[in-house]
Design a protein around this ligand. Structure first.
Ligand SMILES: [Zn+2]
Length: 195
């Protein structure tokens, strides 16, 4: 994050030539450089820059910001609209890319937007999928702890299999957004029609 209080654009910073002493040794005729060369990047010292997309100057949020907020929003929305679509209602947990929040149903999304007085047009809703635990295998538990001729016992193999089956039935209580967007436009106009 940028910490400078004063506005600085790239035009305010002059790149000057300096001299760096480099220490090296020679090994088999090759130079091995010993000096740690400090790495600088002008992006760290510039607070305002011109947006790559609309060319208008904006205040950077991050060192490497090159696109203004509104162009970024626009491009995120374009990407969102290209995703495959499912039509609401949707039964699962809903992830909203715009607010970076999870919701249990569309009504909850609507309420949240009403409370925060944000237009629902901003919402970028995605379906989610439950995660599952990774299974364990014999290598994970035996690596580096058994001798060369070691073989797992049948009992050990059975227990691992049993444990892996158990893991499949255990819920992680965790969902991740998918790449599928939820279209709520019809759902919303039906809601209005009911009122
Ligand atoms: Zn822009």
């Amino acid at each position: 994050m940028l910490t400078m209080d004063k506005k600085v654009t790239i035009k305010d910073l002059e790149v000057k030539k300096g001299k760096v002493d480099v220490e090296f040794i020679e090994v088999d005729g090759k130079q091995i450089i010993l000096t740690h060369i400090p790495y600088g990047n002008i992006d760290h010292y510039v607070t305002h820059t011109n947006c790559r997309s609309c060319k208008v100057e904006f205040k950077k949020n991050f060192n490497y910001s090159h696109t203004c907020e509104s162009c970024l929003d626009k491009s995120n929305r374009e990407k969102y609209l290209k995703k495959p679509v499912v039509t609401a209602p949707y039964d699962g947990i809903i992830y909203d890319e715009y607010t970076d929040k999870y919701f249990t149903c569309i009504e909850e999304v609507i309420e949240h937007y009403e409370e925060d007085e944000i237009s629902l047009d901003n919402a970028m809703l995605l379906t989610t999928v439950s995660s599952s635990y990774a299974s364990i295998d014999i290598e994970q538990i035996s690596q580096d702890v058994v001798h060369e001729d070691w073989d797992p016992s049948d009992e050990l193999l059975e227990k691992i299999e049993e444990f892996n089956k158990f893991l499949e039935t255990e819920s992680t209580g965790t969902v991740f957004p998918t790449d599928e967007r939820i279209d709520i436009s019809q759902y919303l106009s039906d809601l209005k029609g009911d009122k």
